[in-house]
Design a protein around this ligand. Structure first.
Ligand SMILES: Nc1ncnc2c1ncn2[C@@H]1O[C@H](COP(=O)(O)OP(=O)(O)OP(=O)(O)O)[C@@H](O)[C@H]1O
Ligand SMILES: [Mg+2]
Length: 417
């Protein structure tokens, strides 16, 4: 080998190294871009698109797809597809052990496949659906905290060259970073969903409160003002009727106060949301006692364990209605609220020592009565997949019992929920 030849070959090697370094820099820049845009936009779908397009750019490839695992169905879902006839593939699902993507996912290892169509793992139906000819591919698993969450596949270099080990290394680095970005975006989306849910709940409560204020205290106050005017007349003309009128006024004012207090509590669903049934019922019980001296006895340690938010809201509303009914209709002195947990059920009961009623009779005429309490209790029981029984006999008090199945906690929400 003469000197010129040697210089030429080392120059070639150097150029190759420079290209290699440039590629890595470009990859890092692309990753940085993804992370930057992530913090400013934080929208999962967009983040995924950006991750994939950056990977395709960096590898100078023609197409690619990003698949995420759906733990509920054990499938890989084509979340983002770029290049080729990718649109047709979007949201398509394959089994998580199927195809080259499935191989990468289950083995948690990257792979390079030349002449992909002759590889036995290759899924011809995917190429057929996208009308794309996959020749060469490199794929890497996205792993977060030792758990595979998806796969990135990059197809066909634009130059027609084959993917090499450097490409595989690059894609692995890309996939690792992407997994973090995706998990962060998922967490962010969970927070946003939760926030929206709270906002919607608050809006609903505001609307109900406005209606209740209108139908309740504001009408009673109007009646009180009228009665006061009337009282002035009575004082002049029939002073002996004044005590009777005053007693009625006191009753009206007490009703308005009670209604306002109930609303005040409804204004603070935050307590139920943040501290759960146990705390909310403690406060509710104390408040009832202050309002009308009715003693509510709570034996609800079993409710210290938090339930799903929807269930907690439904259970609270059922207990509230049962207590409300005991107060309105039963002329009771005591109400006992108890909660007991067994291995597979939670039993909550509200019992009063009041006058009781004939449930059959009430139910038979329910449609004509225009009441809603018992009906909404039943509807809310369905929301939490529970069972509601009402035991009551005239003169014997009333017991409302709600039984809820206890399920293991649901898996964390994911993209596909
Ligand atoms: N604990 C109870 N003690 C005595 N009677 C009751 C009790 N709970 C319910 N009732 C009777 O059952 C009827 C139906 O109750 P429901 O809660 O559906 O309607 P409401 O309380 O009258 O009106 P709403 O709940 O719609 O404001 C009541 O009107 C009452 O006669
Ligand atoms: Mg009622």
């Amino acid at each position: 080998m003469d000197k010129t030849h040697r210089t030429e070959s080392s120059l070639k090697e150097l150029r190759a190294q420079i290209t290699h370094l440039e590629q890595r820099i470009a990859a890092l820049e692309a990753l940085q871009e993804v992370t930057r845009s992530f913090s400013s936009k934080l929208e999962l779908k967009r983040v995924l698109e950006l991750i994939l397009s950056s990977a395709i750019d960096v590898m100078q490839a023609s197409a690619g797809s990003l698949l995420l695992h759906d733990p509920a169905t054990k499938e890989l879902v084509f979340q983002v597809v770029q290049g080729g006839g990718g649109k047709a593939l979007r949201n398509k699902r394959i089994r998580s052990d199927e195809g080259i993507a499935g191989w990468v996912f289950t083995r948690r290892r990257p792979v390079i496949v030349h002449d992909a169509r002759s590889d036995p793992r290759f899924l011809n139906r995917i190429d057929a659906a996208s009308k794309f000819h996959t020749a060469d591919m490199v794929a890497a698993p996205m792993i977060y905290k030792a758990k595979p969450i998806g796969v990135i596949e990059i197809l066909n270099k634009q130059s027609g060259e084959q993917f090499n080990d450097d490409d595989e290394d690059l894609l692995m680095a890309f996939a690792a970073q992407s997994a973090i970005v995706i998990e962060n975006a998922r967490l962010y989306q969970q927070v946003i969903t939760e926030r929206d849910r709270l906002l919607a709940a608050e809006e609903q409560i505001r609307r109900e409160l406005a209606r209740e204020l209108h139908d309740g205290p504001s009408q009673i106050l109007a009646a009180i003002i009228m009665s006061l005017k009337f009282l002035k007349e009575v004082m002049r003309r029939q002073p002996e009727r004044v005590p009777e009128e005053l007693a009625e006024l006191e009753q009206l004012s007490t009703r308005a106060l009670l209604q306002v207090r109930n609303m005040l509590f409804d204004l603070r669903p935050v307590l139920l949301e943040t501290h759960g049934l146990y705390a909310a019922l403690q406060v509710y019980g104390e408040r009832q006692f202050v309002a009308d001296g009715l003693k509510i006895h709570l034996d609800i340690d079993a409710l210290k364990t938090r339930l799903a938010p929807k269930t907690e809201a439904a259970v609270f509303a059922i207990i509230q209605e049962a207590i409300g009914n005991a107060r309105k209709h039963a002329d009771a002195n005591h109400i006992w609220v108890s909660a007991k947990a067994s291995s597979n059920a939670l039993t909550i009961s509200v019992r009063d020592d009041g006058r009781g009623f004939d449930l059959g009779q009430v139910e038979a005429s329910y449609a004509q009565r225009g009441n809603l309490g018992l009906l909404t209790m039943k509807e809310r029981t369905e929301i939490c997949a529970g069972k509601l029984t009402i035991d009551s006999q005239p003169g014997k008090g009333t017991t409302v019992t709600l039984t809820l199945p206890i399920k293991p906690p649901p898996p964390p929400a994911d993209l596909f929920g």
